[in-house]
Structures are given as C-alpha cells and as structure tokens.
Design a protein around this ligand. Structure first.
Ligand code: NAP
Length: 371
C-alpha cells in the first residue's frame, strides 16, 4: 500500500532542493504526499507534476501528523523540539526523517548516508528504529569523498580545514551576502570606470564601507563579503566550535565505529554560495602509494571522482562554481606530504544542499517507501 508522507519545511532551502530532486527522480508517484506549514496553513502548497497541492495542513496539529506513515521535516530544530516527543508520546509509530541536528545524538536515531552506512540503516530498520536524521553537511561531504578509505579502516586521523558556503547558514544569509557584495561594488563603481584609478583609494573605500554602520549586516555576526568568519555555530567550551565537534562525533556514529577515528580541525565560513570545500591532512595506518589511494577512493561510490593534481584540472574541476547544483564529489590535490610517508593531503568540494542535506533524506525516504 502506498504510504502517506507528510512534508514539513518543504519551501525552505533544503526542502526546496529535496522537492526538486524528488520531482527529477519521479519519487512522488510512489507516495501520497501531504504538505504542512508552520506559518501558512490553509494556503496553497507546491505544484508537483502540474498538480497544485491546495490547503496546506497545520504543522503543529498532532492529530493530522499522526495520520502520516512517514514524516519528513526540513523545518529546523525548533520544530522537531516542539513536535517530535509529543507525537511519540501519543504512540505514533511512524518513521521520522529529519534534516535538523536535534535528534542526531539520540541513541534511538540513526544518522543516514546510505552509500556509507546502508548496512547500519538496514540493521536499524530490522531492530525497529523509526528515527532517521541527516548528518552535518561537511561530515556527509567528507564521507562521500573518503568513504573508500574509511570502509577499509585505513584512516588513523584527519586534520581538516573547511571553507563553508553562506547557504549552510540558511536562505537569509545568502541574500545578505549578495547585498554585501553589491554594497562593495556600489561604493567604487564610478572609480572602476576610470582608467587611471588608484588601487589604494579603491581598497580604502571598500575597507571603509565594510566598517560602515550602514553595511548590510542583519544576520551574519560580521561582514562576510571581502572577509571570512573562522567560527561556525556555538562554543563547545573546549576550544572547539560545535561545527568542529560534529566532525568526529557524527562520523564515528555514521560508521558505527567502536575504535574512534580522530577528526579535528577549524571550520570557516567563506563567501561561496552553496558548495562547501574541505582541505585534509590525512594520516593512514599503513603506507600506500598515491595510485593505490586514488583507486580505493574512486571505486567506493558513483559520485566521487578523482581530479589529477595539476593546475588546469584543479582550477577547472575542484571549485565551488564547477560543482554547484550537481551530485559530484570531486577530490584532488592528492600528494604525499613532507611530514612522512603515511601522510597525504587532499581537497574536496561538494554541494552542501544536495549530498550535504537533501539527497541522503530523499534516499532514506525511498528505502522506507519500499518496506
Ligand atoms: P530555511 O531556508 O530557513 O527554511 C526553513 C523554514 O522557514 C521554511 O520551511 C519555511 O517554513 C520558513 N520560511 C519563512 N519564510 C520563508 C521564505 N521566504 N522562503 C522559504 N521558507 C520560509 O532553512 P534551511 O536552511 O532549509 O534549513 C532547514 C533545516 O535543515 C535546519 O534544521 C538546518 O539546520 C538543516 N540543515 C540545513 C542545511 C543547509 O545547508 N542550509 C544543511 C543540513 C541541514 P513554513 O513554510 O512552515 O513557514
């Protein structure tokens, strides 16, 4: 029997990408979809395959939610906090799929990334687990890139520096970044037309504009355009940001590792739009040739691809703008490091709204549809 699936958060950034992917893959013909809203119940919902879904349901109405076999929420942690335990207390036994981090640490949830942990997901389903949560975006993208090495238990530790896109913070932040870029351009647009411009005058005007009280700055804590922010999420009071803490915790939970792989680094917000990049120093537990490492990496899944370590290949295939909007996970800049034979560097890029957020949830939904 076709399952009733309730969608919450479908018009947000992750939710819209999810709907786009579900339409592309023809997923809607396999389910009875129901669309909910936290803010606009009664209004029109999305148009899917030329059908307008009218009369959005109230996302806080527990009785309506209880009728769903599966609930998929991309609404955010506040919504999960408000609704999830109430539903479970009312004995709702349906499946809950969630983009937010709220339930990731819970013992009765599984973090889903099926190209990496399908076996753990299947065992969980057999054992009656009903709650499936998407992982942190950088964690998913790292695992998709390095899955081959993890699956063969070859990694001793990873040190990572991230270069994370504005979209990771939400739709409002992308808009603010673009307004900031516009403000910087506007302040020097006339000077740029003058062939005998003074670069130091231009630089001074731009720098002054970033410090101006009127600079668009409602959401980011400090300007991002012409700048970067070397702190993402809250302070864990051990020197790490929460984003940095998630790297090791979530990776080990996804892989079901008892002997922890050590992962640590610094997470940085930069001004790319929707692709995160990560630079790794990796210590392997044995000495493998670069060719061998490359083969292990690319044979792991259908989305990871190897970019040869040349200028041309790197700058054409290993950038946010070349990856955006695709499921590709290129990895390159592979080379043995001066530190020693077991150490190598790598750089990877991934669309954080696709493999970083919506795609693992879509694939989990498909696993549940077929149960
Ligand atoms: P978002 O774009 O801010 O959307 C969340 C909700 O805001 C929407 O579902 C919508 O709810 C409401 N909303 C209000 N005004 C809106 C407007 N003008 N356009 C669209 N929606 C509007 O949030 P998000 O970035 O998708 O993140 C959702 C959850 O996924 C969060 O828990 C986040 O941590 C998690 N996540 C995000 C990312 C990411 O890359 N952004 C990655 C992984 C996980 P109503 O329709 O009910 O009003």
């Amino acid at each position: 029997m076709m399952k009733s699936v309730g969608f919450i958060g479908w018009r947000g950034m992750v939710g819209s990408v999810l709907l786009e992917r579900m339409i592309q893959e023809n997923d809607f013909i396999k389910i009875h979809p129901h669309f909910f809203s936290t803010s606009q119940p009664g209004q029109d919902g999305p148009i899917i395959n030329n059908i307008l879904f009218k009369n959005l349901k109230d996302a806080y109405n527990i009785n309506l939610l209880k009728e769903m076999d599966i609930i998929l929420t991309c609404q955010g942690g506040f919504y999960t906090n408000a609704v999830y335990s109430k539903l479970r207390k009312e004995n709702w036994r349906g499946y809950w799929i969630d983009a937010s981090s709220t339930l990731r640490m819970s013992d009765d949830s599984i973090i889903v990334l099926d190209p990496i942990n399908l076996k753990i997901i299947q065992e969980g389903l057999d054992n009656g687990i009903k709650t499936f949560v998407g992982s942190n975006c950088t964690v998913s993208l790292m695992l998709m890139a390095l899955g081959g090495l993890f699956s063969k238990n070859l990694i001793e530790w990873i040190s990572v520096s991230t270069y994370q896109a504005a979209s990771g913070a939400g739709a409002k932040y992308i808009i603010e970044l673009l307004k900031q870029m516009g403000a910087l351009y506007n302040v020097v647009s006339k000077d740029l037309l003058n062939k005998s411009y003074s670069i130091l005058d231009i630089e001074k005007k731009v720098t002054k504009e970033i410090e101006n009280n009127q600079f668009p700055l409602k959401y980011f804590p400090i300007p991002l355009a012409g700048n970067l922010i070397p702190w993402i999420d809250i302070d864990m009071n051990n020197g790490q940001s929460r984003e940095e803490w998630k790297g090791q915790f979530e990776t080990n939970k996804i892989l079901g590792f008892k002997n922890k792989v050590i992962i640590d680094g610094i997470c940085v917000r930069i001004s790319s739009i929707r692709c995160h990049s990560q630079s790794f120093t990796i210590k392997l537990n044995k000495n493998l040739s670069l060719k061998n490492i490359e083969e292990i990496i690319v044979s792991h899944n259908n989305w990871v691809s190897f970019v040869p370590n040349s200028i041309e290949e790197t700058i054409s295939k290993l950038t946010p703008s070349s990856v955006t909007g695709t499921l590709n996970i290129p990895i390159g800049r592979l080379r043995k490091m001066n530190i020693g034979e077991k150490y190598f560097s790598a750089f990877t890029v991934g669309d954080q709204l696709l493999w970083g957020a919506a795609e693992p949830l879509r694939r989990m939904l498909n696993l549940l549809i077929n149960i």
